[in-house]
Design a protein around this ligand. Structure first.
Ligand code: 4H4
Length: 249
């Protein structure tokens, strides 16, 4: 996967490419990231300007962004999809991630201030993507979030596939199950036990317990997700057993 980042502050990305799965994917040559600063594509370093029609605020000017896009496309050669990180975009979710994973080569445009000239969106942007319904000071943090989510799902990046396919949302539309690790007992805590089934070695029972907990947690924490889930016969049985006892409390 090759991601070219168009940003006024490329140095913000320095740290995320030094650590964790992003660093690992670069080292494994599963990911290539390069940067283009619109400021480098201007004579007078002017990259933003006041908005026509007034109302205050500035946006990023079209030409420096367009020159940066052309330079990125020149280097990437293959067919490239252009993504604009924007609060007006489609919110990141599993289907959006799967679609982006199929693109392989992408240019991420990071807005600043009140955004970018609409003509860049109309003429160049393939997808507008948002990380949530709030306004940030820049598209760089959303770009970093998106890179992290994408990289975790590139085959070969994470050691065992289970460390991703049972994560929340990737777990067949359910939230993930509770996880525990050493020590078995934590003194002075009210809830200090590791569920006995998890240390039983009975993998069938562990799998069933995990499915039951995922169903419970999704119903309790994200009823909106739970509503979309078509339950199998077994899932219905496990969930109804929990729901009946829960409602009796
Ligand atoms: C971009 C503000 C576009 C407004 C911006 C617009 C997000 C977000 C974000 C800096 C920039 C802000 N990016 N998810 N949330 N005029 N970016 O807040 O299109 O509304 O991704 S605009």
């Amino acid at each position: 996967m090759w991601i070219s980042i168009i940003s006024l502050f490329p140095e913000m990305f320095k740290e995320i490419i030094r650590y964790g799965v992003i660093n690992k994917s670069i080292k494994k040559k599963l990911l290539n990231i390069n940067f283009f600063n619109p400021r480098d594509f201007t004579k007078n370093k002017k990259v933003d300007s006041v908005i026509y029609g007034g109302g205050g605020g500035v946006i990023l000017k079209a030409k420096p962004l367009i020159r940066a896009i052309y330079q990125a496309k020149l280097q990437m050669k293959h067919h490239v999809k252009i993504i604009f990180l924007s609060p007006q975009g489609k919110q990141i979710n599993i289907s959006c991630i799967k679609k982006l994973l199929s693109y392989k080569n992408m240019i991420f445009i990071c807005g600043r201030y009140k955004g970018i000239d609409e003509r860049v969106i109309n003429n160049f942007v393939d997808e507008e993507i948002s990380i949530g319904d709030y306004i940030l000071s820049g598209g760089e943090l959303p770009a970093m979030v998106l890179i992290d989510v994408l990289v975790r799902n590139i085959p070969g990046v994470l050691n065992t596939i289970s460390s991703c396919t049972t994560d929340s949302f990737f777990n067949d539309g359910l939230l993930g199950f509770p996880n525990y690790t050493k020590p078995k007992k934590l003194k002075h805590l009210k809830y200090n036990d590791v569920p006995k089934v998890l240390v039983s070695g009975n993998h069938k029972k562990i799998k069933e317990w995990r499915l039951k907990k995922s169903l419970e947690i999704t119903w309790l924490k994200r009823p909106d997700l739970f509503k979309k889930k078509i339950l199998t016969k077994k899932e219905k049985f496990l969930f109804n057993k929990f729901k009946n006892s829960y409602l009796k409390k």
